[in-house]
Design a protein around this ligand. Structure first.
Ligand code: BDR
Ligand code: CA
Length: 312
């Protein structure tokens, strides 16, 4: 039976690649995709999510959630995704027809499928935190949460010690990490093990498919941005690796840790703090995927892209 998932996203190029793969993976039943601000402001995140799903036109349409617009995210030192979040590709906007806020869509989906939903958080944890704040008892109805974000050894991407998703909303990250729900974290160090070189561009599906068209427009921007802003010749698609953690958990090494999130330091807000003392004082509350079989994860991603292309 396909695994029921909600993807919570701030598209974002790696979010967009994850959308394309998830929608055409028969092992997943994408019940909902919900937008949050992060890589782009909330309105743009919602527009990107709707436009990508409309473009890909999957056989089974998930419910789509609108990103809340009352969120204030900290200034970012740089932007890897371009002003539109998708590498400036001018994706046609689809008109909005009503729709509900992400938190409502999430709440309803979890209640419709108690203990069956895996919530895959690929952006700041704002939406899930809001759902939990509004209805704390819902925690018992969530199957599992998989989170792209955090750094295990304190090497960040947006600040020296903080990953982008936790940086955007440290309070939400702390809230979710502290909740008694089964949680798996895919930290930057692990998703960063799966690096793609320029040859990825030659392996993308043909432009004649809609997925191929989208990938071939977005991904060159990612390579340029990684080189110009991070001094790196390869790229990492963090959110896509987190999606593979849901479909192929056997490719990852898992450890249980006791962790919390710093919310207030000038230099450290959003930092994942792990209790590594000999005699641990905190209770274990989080599974972390420490290492992965990078080659096998890459294969999964490439196969996922091909499946998306075949479906479009
Ligand atoms: C996260 O940063 C964002 O730019 C990506 O979309 C990913 O979710 C990794 O830190
Ligand atoms: Ca993201």
């Amino acid at each position: 039976m396909a695994r029921k998932v909600i993807l919570d996203l701030d598209p974002g190029i790696d979010d967009a690649v994850a959308i394309a793969i998830a929608l055409f993976d028969p092992r997943l039943e994408v019940v909902a995709m919900t937008a949050t601000g992060g890589n782009v402001p909330p309105e743009q995140a919602t527009a990107n999510l709707q436009s990508i799903v409309a473009l890909l036109d999957p056989p089974r349409l998930p419910r789509l959630g609108i990103a809340p617009t009352d969120t204030v995210f900290p200034e970012k030192p740089f932007n890897l995704h371009g002003p539109d979040g998708l590498g400036s590709i001018d994706l046609p906007r689809v008109p909005l027809h009503g729709g509900h806020l992400s938190e409502k869509v999430i709440w309803e989906a979890i209640h419709a499928h108690p203990r069956e939903i895996t919530f895959i958080a690929l952006g700041p944890l704002t939406n899930l935190s809001r759902v939990l704040a509004r209805d704390p008892s819902i925690v018992e109805l969530i199957g599992e949460v998989i989170i792209a974000g955090g750094t295990l050894h304190g090497t960040g991407n947006v600040s020296p010690v903080v990953d982008f998703n936790f940086y955007c909303d440290p309070r939400a990250a702390r809230h979710v990490i502290r909740e008694p729900v089964t949680k798996t974290l895919v930290p930057l160090e692990t998703s960063g093990q799966v690096a793609f070189g320029f040859d990825l561009l030659d392996q993308l599906p043909a432009e004649s498919s809609r997925a191929g068209w989208l990938l071939r427009r977005m991904l060159p921007h990612t390579f340029r941005a990684h080189r110009q802003l991070l001094g790196s010749e390869g790229i990492c698609l963090h959110d896509v690796v987190a999606l593979v953690a849901a479909t192929n958990p056997e490719l990852f090494e898992r450890a249980t840790v006791a962790a919390d999130v710093e919310t207030s330091g000038d230099l450290t807000a959003g930092m994942l703090v792990v209790d590594r003392r000999n005699v641990r004082q905190w209770r274990p509350n989080l599974d972390v995927l420490m290492n992965c079989d990078a080659e096998a994860v890459q294969d999964c991603i490439l196969r996922g892209l091909d499946a998306a292309a075949r479906g479009t």
